[in-house]
Design a protein around this ligand. Structure first.
Ligand SMILES: [Zn+2]
Length: 264
């Protein structure tokens, strides 16, 4: 783990990259912004989380770090010990946690705790969509006031550019650096269900409403459409979120409802 604090004083905002070692867009974004040596008028702590996993080009060494919080300094896994080391560094901060995904090319934000502070942080990212993922418990943003951002498709330049834009906007909106930024007025979605299943091809589009009766996923390698065992059909309308063909081993992704705009 690498921790770097810029600006004077004790930071109350933090930026975390690479909780997942194979999602490097946040690391790249931080490097690009800091290479310009901006003046910090408010202190910010930058954390590069799972350096061992980055070096090996893998998501994690022993277990998913984003499911390992609060962790244990004497834990059996690399990530359990790392989680215990990381959390105290950012516990009182408003956190921006940068990720990438297999599901969607545009950046969107995730909230787990919803309060005035996390809503401000979400708007500071400048993204157009925020998803309440409190249904899916267990990530870092369950343990701190923070917003996670899925910056785009893993390993793509577009994800890196999105991450950089989100980071600059966040640092500008929080008053950390002097840069052009704008507060977002995002649409809020709320996850209410997970769609389990292995080997499904997701045939819908994330954030595009699936109507009742519509097929949104099909067993891979099957073309006999209409066979009920081979396809997943919506029993009520929903918005797919984090749905993909190969993003998860045992899940297609999540079903969400659209709530409206994020309240101030
Ligand atoms: Zn991730």
């Amino acid at each position: 783990m690498r921790v770097q604090t810029l600006g004077d004083g004790t930071p109350d905002i933090a930026v975390v990259a690479c909780l997942h070692g194979n999602e490097c867009c946040g690391k790249t974004a931080i490097e690009r912004v800091l290479a310009e040596k901006p003046a910090f008028s408010r202190p910010v702590r930058f954390v590069l989380a799972n350096e061992t996993a980055i070096a090996e080009g893998v998501r994690f060494i022993d277990e998913d770090l984003n499911r390992a919080f609060p962790g244990d300094p004497e834990g059996d896994t690399h990530e359990s010990r790392l989680a215990a080391e990381l959390l105290p560094e950012i516990r009182d901060c408003g956190v921006l946690d940068l990720h990438s995904t297999r599901s969607h090319p545009e950046a969107f934000a995730l909230l787990s705790r919803t309060n005035d502070r996390t809503k401000r942080l979400a708007r500071a990212t400048g993204v157009a969509r925020v998803v309440d993922i409190s249904y899916v418990a267990g990530g870092l943003i369950d343990h701190v006031d923070g917003v996670a951002v899925e910056c785009g498709l893993r390993g793509t330049e577009r994800a890196e550019r999105n991450a950089e834009r989100v980071l600059r906007n966040f640092l500008g909106e929080t008053g950390a650096i002097d840069t052009l930024s704008e507060s977002g007025d995002p649409e809020l979605y709320r996850i209410f269900d997970a769609v389990e299943g292995t080997d499904y091809e997701f045939v819908g589009e994330n954030f595009v409403r699936v109507e009742e009766g519509e097929v949104f996923a099909r067993k891979r390698g099957t073309d006999d459409t209409g066979s009920p065992g081979n396809e997943l059909r919506a029993d009520r309308p929903f918005y797919p979120v984090l749905m993909s063909t190969d993003g998860y081993d045992e899940m297609v992704g999540f079903r969400a409802e659209r709530v409206g705009t994020l309240e101030r």
